[in-house]
Design a binder for this molecule. Sequence first.
Ligand SMILES: [Zn+2]
Length: 137
Amino acid sequence: MAKPTPRPTPTEQPFYDACAQHQLILQHCQGCGHVLFYPRTHCDQCQSEQLVWKEASGQGSIASYTVVRRGVSADFEAPYVIALIDLAEGPRMMSQIIETEPEALAVGLQVSVDFAAWSEDITLPVFRLHPALDANA
Ligand SMILES: [Zn+2]
């Protein structure tokens, strides 16, 4: 089984274009202020089509996580960490936490966005533990 490669829709394309530039952007609803993820054509709260892309802070916290100790195929290097990240702007994003020992993880810890090439065409946001937590290192 090869790695599934996202095929961005026109609605999602700006998100992936920004990731390629190592920027995390999110849609903000001009109607109600809601911040959306995944990208949509309409606000999922008020149905407004007045959505504007804004750069996100890249900060978030771990809402939950799981350590995958055996990759589903050779394309997935195990162990790796899949996590739900509560972004500072509100949306929850499923992503990967990189370069950390699974034992160091806990729900509620702060993380910062980084970017990883997934394929030739696609760069995806990933997260790492907030550097401030390494103050004792
Ligand atoms: Zn709205």
